[in-house]
Structures are given as C-alpha cells and as structure tokens.
Design a protein around this ligand. Structure first.
Ligand SMILES: CC(C)(COP(=O)(O)OP(=O)(O)OC[C@H]1O[C@@H](n2cnc3c(N)ncnc32)[C@H](O)[C@@H]1OP(=O)(O)O)[C@@H](O)C(=O)NCCC(=O)NCCS
Length: 237
C-alpha cells in the first residue's frame, strides 16, 4: 500500500469528498463522497490526480451507485460494516502464540502469512501481494500473532483512535483457535489507550467474517459497497 497523495477536502458545486489512501485497493479513497448529479461528480473527478480511485458507499444508496457506474466505476466488494464498543472485549491467551507489535523487518514473513490468510478476499485481489501493509509498523495499532518458533500466523491493523480494523487475517492452518479474537482484543486495548470508544470492521459477503464479528459482539450497522475506477479518465468519460 504505497501512500497516494493525501489531500484535503475536494469540493465542486454539488459534490464533495476527502482524499486518503484506500485500505482495500491500490487506489485513492474518495471518503464521504457526495454528488448531486453527474455534472457535479464530473467537476469533482476533474480535480483529482490519476486514477485508480475507489469509494465505499452506503449499500442502499442506489442513486449514488448508478451515478458512479455511469462514470465507469465498478463494484469490487460488498458486505456490512460492523461495530462494537472498545470496552469489555477480552480474550484468553492462546497457548503457543504471542501477540506483539509489528516491525517492518518481518515484512517477508508477514507477506507470506498475508497471502495465505487473505486469499480469496476481494479487497486483497485489489491490493495485490504484497499489499503495502508490510511497511506499516508504527502506524495505528498493528500487531501480529506468532508461534514460539517465530512463524507469523495472524495480524491485525486498526486505525487510531477511530478503531477501524482494516486488515485482519489468520492463516487457514491456525484458525478457530481464538487467535483473531485475541488480536481484536489487543486492538481494542490500543484504541482505549488513545481514548477511542469503538471498534469498526468490514465483513465481506461470502466469507466467515460476519459470523466471526458477530461472535465477538459486533453488530451490523449497514450495508456497504466498494467501487473502483481503474481506467484513465479520458478513456471512460
Ligand atoms: C475471520 C478470521 C480472521 C477468523 O480468525 P480465527 O482466528 O479463526 O477466529 P477465532 O478463532 O478467534 O474465532 C472466534 C469465534 O468466531 C467464530 N468464527 C471464526 N471464524 C468463523 C468462520 N469462518 N465461520 C463461522 N464462525 C467463525 C467462531 O465462533 C469462533 O469461536 P469458536 O471457534 O470457539 O466457535 C479468519 O477466518 C480469516 O483470516 N479469514 C479471512 C480474512 C478475513 O475475512 N478478514 C476479515 C475479518 S473481519
């Protein structure tokens, strides 16, 4: 995840968004995008640097979805946004596993674990391998789970203080042992330490993420669709 240029709010008559690095695609994320109509969206997009651009929209906002599709955006993932309090989430230690802050020197081992754990996820297809998270030490809450022999078997990255868990995975051979629960409990502690109050996570449809999050006390807060614009502006507009 190379950090794209992060800008302030972008405004056009009838349209607005903020720019940031996308956590789920090699793209610039148009955060909080609002556009009154096609002309307003065009005026906003004209101000951006080169695509790809991606956007997470309310899954029930058919008008915005159609507007984006008319300008060449395509859906690449859908699911639900889940939330819970950062308080009261504890997890028993998992025997033979330690959870430690991530260090960039573990990039090769992390990338191998990531490729195994995230295989099949639409967000990982968009990001590609390596995802860029391997350079993320010290940014937000970023911890790995490793065996006593030093093998990386799980990881969790969350933004602070807002508590959005944007990258969480456990390798298939180590699942259902409580490792992800422990990683999320550590993230909750990091969030509380900076006076954050909630945890948020995106559960992609067709994966076990929603069930997992439900078991940890998260509640679905709404449908979300992730859309991306990959082509050069002149080609599609
Ligand atoms: C989702 C994921 C992180 C869970 O990791 P894990 O270490 O297996 O999770 P835990 O063992 O801590 O699970 C805690 C509880 O969640 C539930 N759960 C976990 N995975 C589940 C699944 N695939 N289907 C149904 N329930 C599941 C179980 O109730 C489990 O407790 P139990 O085993 O005692 O019944 C892992 O399956 C994964 O990496 N998936 C692919 C990446 C992904 O979807 N990431 C986004 C997560 S929001």
């Amino acid at each position: 995840m190379e950090t794209p240029p992060v800008g302030p709010a972008v405004n056009a008559p009838g349209a607005t968004c903020r720019l940031g690095p996308s956590p789920t695609a090699l793209a610039i994320r148009l955060e909080g995008l609002q556009a009154r109509d096609g002309a307003a969206l065009d005026a906003l997009l004209d101000q951006l640097s080169e695509p790809p651009w991606d956007v997470e929209i309310d899954g029930d906002d058919d008008a915005l979805r159609q507007l984006l599709e008319s300008r060449g955006f395509v859906e690449y993932a859908r699911g639900s946004l889940f939330a819970r309090s950062a308080e009261g989430l504890d997890a028993p230690r998992v025997s033979g596993i330690e959870v430690v802050p991530y260090e960039n020197q573990w990039a090769p081992a992390f990338t191998a674990a990531e490729a195994e754990a995230m295989d099949g996820l639409a967000a990982f297809r968009e990001l590609g391998s390596p995802s860029g998270y391997e350079w993320g030490a010290g940014q937000g809450s970023f911890r790995i789970a490793r065996t006593t022999e030093g093998r990386v078997v799980g990881f969790a990255h969350a933004n602070l203080p807002d508590g959005l868990i944007d990258w969480l995975g456990v390798v298939p051979g180590s699942r259902r042992a409580g490792i992800a629960r422990q990683l999320v409990a550590h993230a909750a502690r990091d969030v509380r330490a900076v006076r954050g109050t909630h945890l948020l996570a995106f559960g992609e449809d067709g994966t076990g993420a929603g069930t997992f999050l439900g078991r940890l006390g998260f509640r679905a807060r709404g449908r979300r669709v992730l859309m991306i614009y990959r082509a050069a502006p002149a080609a599609a507009r």
